[in-house]
Ligand binder design. Structure first.
Ligand SMILES: [Zn+2]
Ligand SMILES: [Zn+2]
Length: 171
C-alpha cells in the first residue's frame, strides 16, 4: 500500500514534508508527494467565497490498486448543506480531499502555532484516509475516526485509530 499526497495551491514544501512523515508514521507505509491536480478555479463559488469540495474531489485521478490519494488544499471547502467541511472522501475511487484553511490559529485571529496546525492537518488527513479504507465515524471521542463538527473536536481526538478501528485498516 502506498499513500499519495497531492498539494494544490499555496502550501509550502516544508508543510508537505512534515505531513508526509506524520501520515507515514501512522499508516507505516510509503507516502509520496506528487504535483498538484486539477485547478481550483472550476470549484469556486463566488457567492459563498468557498470551493465546492465534491468538485475538487472528483477532479482527483482515481487511485491505483494498492494506493490511496489525498488532495490537500489551502482554500475553504464546502458542500451544499454545510457551512464548511474539513475534508471529504470517496471510497470507490480511493481518494480524499482535505482543507488546511480552518486548521490554522490565524484563521481565528490567534497567534500562529505550527505544531498544532500540523497535528490538526495530520488528524484530518488520517481521518479521510480512514474513510477510504471503509471506516465510518467512531463514537470514541479520542479516535481519529470521531466526527469533527468543529476544531475543538479535532483537538480532542488523537491522530491514531482506536483499538476497534485499527484492525479494520487493511494495508
Ligand atoms: Zn468523517
Ligand atoms: Zn475508533
Amino acid at each position: 500500500m502506498k499513500i499519495t499526497l497531492k498539494p494544490l495551491g499555496n502550501i509550502t514544501d516544508e508543510v508537505m514534508q512534515e505531513l508526509k512523515d506524520m501520515v507515514g508514521s501512522i499508516f507505516h507505509c510509503p507516502v509520496e508527494i506528487t504535483a498538484g491536480f486539477g485547478d481550483l478555479a472550476q470549484a469556486y463559488n463566488p457567492e459563498r467565497k468557498q470551493y465546492l469540495s465534491s468538485k475538487l474531489l472528483a477532479s482527483l485521478e482515481k487511485a491505483k490498486r494498492e494506493e490511496r490519494v489525498v488532495g490537500i488544499v489551502d482554500v475553504d471547502l464546502y458542500v451544499p448543506r454545510l457551512n464548511f467541511v474539513f475534508g471529504e472522501a470517496d471510497i470507490d475511487s480511493g481518494t480524499a480531499i482535505v482543507s488546511l484553511c480552518r486548521l490554522r490559529q490565524e484563521y481565528y485571529g490567534l497567534a500562529p502555532d505550527e505544531a498544532l496546525f500540523l497535528e490538526r492537518a495530520t488528524k484530518e488527513i488520517v481521518h479521510e484516509l480512514g474513510h477510504t479504507f471503509g471506516l465510518g465515524h467512531c463514537p470514541n471521542t479520542r479516535c481519529v475516526m470521531h466526527f469533527s463538527n468543529s476544531l475543538p473536536d479535532t483537538d480532542l481526538k488523537e491522530a491514531h485509530f482506536c483499538h476497534k478501528c485499527r484492525p479494520k485498516i487493511i494495508l
